[in-house]
Design a protein around this ligand. Structure first.
Ligand code: KG4
Ligand code: ZN
Length: 342
């Protein structure tokens, strides 16, 4: 039988995205970022995001279909992020998907955005269940044992901020552009990670829980210390602060991953596999650190390509395929959910 071909739609944060996926093949993936729209505000403004999604979605869908060389009639279903996320944006996507489903008669499949990140290693590497993963993004940070497309066991996570949020706040404090992750990573390349001894919160506490809000306060203090001494921040100061911050985040993620793998092995003594996904999984220092950890522990390490780690609609279409294959579809009563734990 021919694998299912689904259109995916994603609009839960600040990326408007559409994609066409057939089986494990991404036929087209289109992402319109909104960074410049939010640049003056120091963060994503929900109302601006929702309007931009509503304006861009149709174009995005059309572009994805054209790139895939397909028409609506070639699809088997429409998958859409139905949460969690900024509700105005999620609603825009859900309404767009409902319109398409109503007009074509195609099945509609609501997808949890977090499931999209969690199943990315299956889309890219056909990783078999169960596997351990670290989902680490702007809004989330959790260790999950992924047992099936709809079965996730959380074995730890952040008790306050997500690392992506910490990267973004650090960028703001250092006067670097948003999104903070890529700009802090870039600045860190020419920085000294040892110049500022920053805390590694909860590092020596048991379990796989993490905390990142103290790190942000420590960066603020370190920055203020430099400004008080030098009257401002030099490019080198920005780099050293960025490198010190990135090293602290990386250390915490590595140590907690070591523990999570220990927990996972107690539950699943078979061949261990560990994957990362979410925007912060695009960070080179984090990726390299986790890769080295896994190599030392004889664990398969899967790090999907960067464009599938950050928000996109291919991962949404892919979960849609998994749900549809399991006979799970929604109807036009599908609702958008601001909160939706896995
Ligand atoms: O998964 P994502 O695109 O959106 C959600 O939060 O769901 O993640 C966005 C987050 C932002 O906080 C961004 O700063 C961070 O991922 N990020 C990075 C990098 N690229 C994106 N953080 C660290 N290093 C990066 N290279
Ligand atoms: Zn995301």
């Amino acid at each position: 039988t021919q694998p299912l071909t689904l259109l995916g739609i994603e609009s839960s944060c600040d990326d408007t995205a559409a994609a066409v996926v057939r089986g494990h093949d991404v036929l087209a993936s289109v992402v319109y970022g909104q960074t410049s729209l939010h640049a003056d505000y120091g963060g994503v403004v929900p109302e601006i995001a929702a309007r931009a999604h509503a304006e861009k979605l149709d174009h995005c869908v059309e572009e994805a279909l054209v790139k895939a060389g397909l028409g609506l009639a070639d699809l088997d279903g429409i998958a859409v992020t139905a949460g969690p996320g900024l509700i105005g944006g999620v609603l825009s996507g859900v309404m767009c998907a409902k319109g398409l489903a109503a007009a074509t008669g195609l099945p509609l499949i609501g997808v949890n955005h977090l499931a999209g990140h969690a199943l990315t290693p299956r889309l890219t590497d056909q990783l078999v269940y169960p596997y351990l993963m670290l989902l680490v993004s702007g809004g989330h940070c959790q260790f999950l044992i992924v047992k099936a497309h709809d079965s996730f066991q959380r074995i730890g996570g952040t008790i306050d901020d997500a690392p992506g949020e910490a990267f973004d706040k650090t960028a703001r404090l250092l006067g670097l552009p948003q999104p903070g992750g890529p700009s802090v990573e870039k600045a860190a390349k020419s920085g000294d990670p040892k110049r500022f001894p920053l805390p590694r919160p909860l590092l020596n506490q048991q379990g796989c829980d993490m905390s990142f809000s103290g790190l942000k306060t420590a960066i603020l203090r370190a920055r203020d210390g430099v400004v008080a001494q030098e009257g401002g921040l030099s490019v080198q100061d920005q780099s050293d602060l960025s490198a010190s911050f990135q090293a602290a985040i990386t250390d915490v993620l590595i140590e907690k991953t070591r523990r999570a793998l220990g927990e996972y092995l107690k539950l699943n003594p078979e061949i261990p596999a560990f994957a990362i996904a979410g925007g912060v999984a695009a960070n080179g220092s984090v990726r390299d650190g986790l890769k080295a950890l896994c190599a030392g522990l004889d664990t398969d390490f899967v790090a999907p390509p960067l464009h599938l780690c950050t928000d996109n609609a291919a991962i949404i279409a892919y979960v849609g395929i998994a749900r549809m294959t399991a006979g799970e579809t929604d109807d036009l009563t599908l609702s958008a959910r601001p909160r939706w734990p896995l």
